[in-house]
Design a protein around this ligand. Sequence first.
Ligand SMILES: [Zn+2]
Ligand SMILES: [Zn+2]
Ligand SMILES: [Zn+2]
Ligand SMILES: [Zn+2]
Ligand SMILES: [Zn+2]
Ligand SMILES: [Zn+2]
Ligand SMILES: [Zn+2]
Length: 1833
Amino acid sequence: MERFDLEDVVAPPTHIADAPLKDWRLKYQAGTIQKNDFIEFFRKQSRKYFHYQYESEQDATRPSLKCTFNDAGAKEHIINVLMEFVLGDNPKIVLDKLQQEGNTATVCGKVFKTGEPTYCCRECGMDPTCVLCVNCFKQSAHRYHKYKMSTSGGGGCCDCGDEEAWKKDHYCEEHLRGKENPANSTIITDAIKERCELAFTAILTFCVNFLEIESNASLECLDGDADDDQEECFCTVLYNDESHTFDQVIQTLTKIAKCRQKDAMEIVSSIDREGRAVVKCDTFSECRQLQEAIEKQAVTTIAGLHTARANQSLRVSVLNIRAVACQQFALQLLTWFQEFLIKHCVFRQIFARIVMDRKAPYSIRHILEYDVKLWKSARTCWHRLLISGMLMEYDNKMQLSQEFSKHYASIVQDFIRDDHEHSCSIVSLSVQLFTVPSIAHYLIANEGIFHKLLHTFYHAAIEPYIKNKTLQFTKNVNVSFKRAAYILYDLRYILMFKPDAWTHELREGFLEGCKGLMKLLNVMQGMESITRQTGQHMDYEPEWECAFNLHIKLACTITLVLEWCANDAVVLNRLYQMVMRYLSANVFIVDRVPKKEEHHVAGHVAECIVYDVSTRPVSIHLPLSRFFAGIYLHLGTYGLTFDNAMVGHTRSPEEIIEPILCTQAMIAQVHAGMWRRNGYSLLHQLYFYRIVRCRAEMLDRDIVGMQIGAALIESNQYLIHILNKFNLIKWIQPDYEKDLTAQAVDDEYLLSMIEEFLELLIVIIGERYVPGVSVVTEEERTKKEIIQLLCIKPYSHSELNRALPDTNNDTSLEDLIDSVAVFKKPQKSDAKGVYELKEELYNDYNMYFYHYTKEEKSKSEETQRLRRKNKDELVCCPPPALPKLTDGFVSIANLLQCDVMMTIITTVLDRAIDLNSKSFAENHLQEVLFLIGYGLQEEQTGNYPFLSFYERSQKYNMLSKLEDLSHSARVEAHRDFLLWTIKKFKELAAKDETAIDEDVNAMPTEGESIELTRPLTAAEQEKQEKEERARLAAERRAKIMAQMQNAQNNFMKSNAEMFASANAQSGAGSSSDMEWQDVANIEDEEGAVAYNSVACLGVDRRLQQPEEESFKCILCFEDCTVSKDGPTLVYSAYVQKSRVLPPLASDHPSSVHTSSCGHVMHVDCWQEYYNNEESKEQRRPHRSRQPFPQTPQNTEFQCPYCRCLSNSVLPLSAPLSKYSMPMVIHKGEELFPIDMWIEVMKTLSDELNMPTPEGNYDRVLPPAEAILRRANLYANVAQFERIAQPIDKTELPTSWTNFVQHYIKSVRQHAPVDFEDSEKGGLLWLWQTCIYTVQSLEVYLRAVGKPFKSEMSIRHKSCLSGLIRASCLYGSNLTCTDVKNLKEPTLELLDTIFKQKSISVLEWNCFSMMVQLICMVPNILFSSTQKVAVPNGSIMDYYAMQLLFLANMAKAIILFEIPTNEMGMDVDEEYENEEVKRLPQNIRNNIAKFYRKYNFEARRQAFAARPKQQQQKTRSQPQPQTAAKSAEEPSTAHECTITQTADNDAPMYDAYIDDDDDEDDIDRMQVSCDTKRIAAIYEHIKKEMRQYLRCCCIFFQFITDVEFPDELSYEASDTYENMCKYLGLETSLETYFDSAGCYASILETFASHRDILYSELALKKKHCGKQLEVVPCTLEVPRLVDLPEDYSDLINSVADFICPNNEREEMKTPSLCLICGKIICGQSFCCQPDLDGRSVGACTYHAYYCSAETGIFLRIRDCQIVFLGRNKGCFVLPPYLDEYGETDQGLRRGNPLRLCRERYNKIQLIWLGHGLHEEIARLNDNTSVIATQWHHM
Ligand SMILES: [Zn+2]
Ligand SMILES: [Zn+2]
Ligand SMILES: [Zn+2]
Ligand SMILES: [Zn+2]
Ligand SMILES: [Zn+2]
Ligand SMILES: [Zn+2]
Ligand SMILES: [Zn+2]
């Protein structure tokens, strides 16, 4: 280690330092320094850093107050000065050296902020409160264990390094290093320690003094301190409380304090965050007035509410501004101090020593007790200080624990009176202290903490509610009860760990606590008792929740206490005596000397306690009896019994079980329906009684209690007691049926009560999976539970965990699950994986399992019966084998064979046989069979020598009765069960009588010989019935056939001639329908294929006459067809703004997208439906309507058929070919060639450019012939007409055009700019929407990877056909005005494409231009001749498509870049292409030339290779030109027309382009272009043409209705070649680069645009300096942002994300925009920007700009996805799954989560397919959502 130079640290000569440092040092040397020197300094200085200011820019009448405390200034001028005093002139160096020493701490102790991730190891953590911070976790062994993650609520700390928190791997790597070094330092000298002590005392004194809310103390300190020239300034401070809502406070602030709404919101959020805020700075009287006003206001506004707490006024105080400044500084000082203490243990030692000084004002005791007087942020600072200062060293922790315990009662009472959340109170420190086992045990033994906790709780929460020695909660339990309940958590912490060794003190301390517990249980015994209502219903539902809440919170403590005492004989014994004493003294149900009466059954007598459950109070709460049952289970372990354990007990077993028995009887009566008038609260209680959270200390203990009774009371008597309590003594008497008539009237509940009674017996005998009752372990108990659950249905991991009781160790739980079940992985992406029970364990199924509800019972029974049926077993649910009883409980087995039981069983059997019996129900038989089954099986086990069920049953003739019954039709449903029982009987008989009985031989193999005597099993019977039915049906059929044959023969005879000829025709095989159809199909095919071609365009296009499409109107169900003049039909459609793809026009923020569900309606039908819906919406109650009313035209509706969200309709159109002349076949020369067509287009553009001739307003253009004449092509008019195929203009049906206009109106509402819908804007936007929709569908289909020819979904198909056809047709409907209006856009389009004015190909969206060229231009051309050209795949359409194909190709070559590998090396060497090799040399040269001349990269390389001067020359040249020829007048100077070919373009530009043609310079063109590179270019072209070609394929398919060829029906079949073939395009480069053809020159023209020639190559800038906005040839499929594999990475990444508007705290709901990846501070008061004049949440705001109103956000802390629409939204499951394939919304389960790509992909596709709005609507439709304020997200 480096030697440390101590000189650094020693204070330098004092004269260098400034005051006060100098001062302090002098005083220090003189030994006269006092802590007050520092305090004075803090006090005076802090005022300097507190500023306030009123800003009145926004609203002069309501200025905004801005208060700031300059943290940085205070740090520098106050804290740093103090540090220099303590550590010397260079504190930073000292601290760095300390860090390097590396022995600062062995524990981490990092205090968590809200939302920070925490990890707990499920294998090693002592309890779930033991957690690690990210850093420690990542460096510890636990990251390889099974762990859970979660996010902190704030305030806890990392337990790394705490030996008692972990079973192993206590340290992470970092803190292990800390452990190796001694906790000491050579740097911290005694002098430093001394100065530390001084400084620390000063800091503590200062903070303690100034932080109290009550102003008095601090005011005194400030007396006589006023600045001379200024008036004293004061602040009104408003404090947080939990009784007022945000809105109430905001209201107060705006009304009384006259704050602006926005400021008020800020103040409220800062009050919520920090606990207080300054609302006014002014003179004392002004401030005081405001205080009074607020106090008064708050009382009066809320006076209407009658809750106790709402009447409190808001807490306000007036403070001197200097006091506020001191407080602000004190907070900073404490925060800094806490961080400083972490730096070294020596500092902490000093700190601990100081605060342990009991007399000091800053003693621990004081800090603990004055917590309640502070506001939120001040409290947090102190808590953190204590955690960092006292919890990192064990000794300090112990000391703190002792102090904490000593003052526990008063701290808790303060907390109860206070109204801050638990986590804001110092009492929350208990989790840090009480969970340490050794500390907990110490505190129990030496501080009596167990008793203290209970006593405090009893005093605060219980005592006020005791009436007549029992708890009796009122309807509204006050808040203090709820707050006091936190003590019960502490109770649980303290008992969490059983001691390994008991000391005398620990025993005494523990038993003392138990006494308190007994006292509590004693008053709970019988609480909330209820009496059966007979006459009237209950007037009100009695309070019951409170008692259950108490039970739930207390139950685990009871369980823990029982576990503790099981550990030690002495404690057990003494506690047992204690319980018994309390039990004897308690008189609920059992009086001290209970009244008894005798009852006789089957010759046995019992003295039963008289207590009628149906008339007297009973209760579901019997904690004392249950505690007895719990402790009794442990007696056996220490050889104790009921008789020898107790010294002179006063309660008999009968008396002990009496309350439990009464409760059981009451429950049975409720099930039977006797308590109907008692209302729901009773049913709720019974529900809670058996649910998993409560039953451990309720139902389960009750059953154990009953079993204890069975073990201790003589069996016959025991059963008589139960019979008596269930009122069944009469029923069991043999002569009961005889007087039945007399009794029947008042015993309507009898049958149910018998059923309940028998079920209770089954449960008492069979529910033995309890350690102590039988020989089982806790694991086996849990296993049984799991088996029974899985018998109901397969469970997912989370469902199973919820259904099982909490255990501390859930890794062992998982092992248990794995031992009984098999995990089935999910098959589909949205399914969960489930556990299924192992096959062999189905025999353990118990249908009377006591935790089953009635539904679960019947569901599991059904499943089980089905299973057995499928396996060909007897269809019944026989009882499972039972575990062996412990010695103390063997008497339970005797129950089965005692006389009373035998009587019960035979009574039921007899009454089943007696068909006249009225006191019998089928279920009784099933239950009795179950009991018999138990009896027989128990005997078979041989566990109980005394048991001879078989022998005793013979006395009662049981077997023969069973055999009788097996033939009875009355109990047919249970026949298989009877057969099973009989079989069991015979097995046992065989064993008993050594196999002589002949029956035995017959039965076991289910032999056929006894078929006649043996009744049929259910399966056999069913089979038989089926056969019988089949036989009957066959007979019927045969009969009918015979009749028919007969009739036919008669017919044939009379029509003999006709049949003779028919037979001849049909020839050989009899003609079937199928073959006939095939023939027809072939004929169809032949008719349609014109030229055996697959192309839909071009000279060789295939002609296809589409069939008439027919539909059914979904509203009137009439059949209808779409035709030129039939009634108009519409699709329901949804129009939305979209930004999924980049907008079509760069100056528009978004585009418009349309989708449809494809359902067709008559316009009239729809109109009617829509009007109805609209008025329904208006009639809806106001509150359930949308919070923001929609504009009238925008009302959304649902498709009447599929409920799909819609907001518009789209009219259907007939196939476009119906609107044109029949297709003409072009042959050779007759064809009007493409270059002529280009010429026509250019001439058209010239014409359009001319001013409209005066006086001739109707006519914008001369007729088409005239234009051709001007182009010198008049001779070819006929040819031209043949390629254009214009027809005479006919009016389209009005209703059709109306609905197109209706649709355009909807588009207008979602368009990014407003336009005039009736004019050109409407047309243009119709086309734009069509283009955008086609393009986005192309991208979607590309993402899905569906081949073209596969069936396109009806939704896509209808939407496209509606939209494309309407776009094409509507353009043929132009009026003169339209033509005039469209003149300008047409001219612009033509100039751009044909004259190279405006932007270059690089900036074109080729598909979009092609569509406009087809839809708009021909109709303008023919406008003067009253003709129209509807796009239908004519040659002219083909030319347009081909021209833009070429444009796209030129663009691809210009932008080509030599492919490189990851290393950045060129790899075009690897490209080989036979086709390219075969190209003629001249073609290859042409390609190379084109490449060198225009390709950006090649030009850059060539340029770089030039000599320097030339570079300068060429670089400087273009600039003066650009200046001269500005962009406004490009037509004259820069005109580049299409006729100029490559050969004669030389003089056009004088820049370095000319050099290329210069032979001399050719060697300078270094850029090579061999076949390999051409091959690479060719590959590139093919790839880059993809989007254009795909869009064209989709587009022209709907225009021409030509089917896709089979080549396009496979995956990835959308190759360049296949698509070109369909579109009638040549693929070979030879066609396009042959200088003899016209294509090469067209390419050249496109490429020689000035923007391309003169652009700044590297930066892609135009020569005018503007950025070239290159539109890529093929857009990559847009994707949502990449998410990390591991969810915890995501959480960690936002752990300390600070909200942009609020630097003090982390974001509460960081939300990741999945579209752009930005993190937004969602749903928080700090971020509420204005949008359209109202405040919205940050996510809504972001979505508006990022993605056109729809948004997808991942709320990282909640692990939840939100889809946001316009004022709407929904939550969606996140794409993160745990290893069981389940999501974890809200991170409640905490299993490690991994990204599920399939799920993410699904979300991706919803977005890409524009399905967000629909998804939101769908999810909101299904669920009755509480109105979420989505716009506040
Ligand atoms: Zn840590
Ligand atoms: Zn650590
Ligand atoms: Zn671990
Ligand atoms: Zn209709
Ligand atoms: Zn629909
Ligand atoms: Zn975004
Ligand atoms: Zn924020």
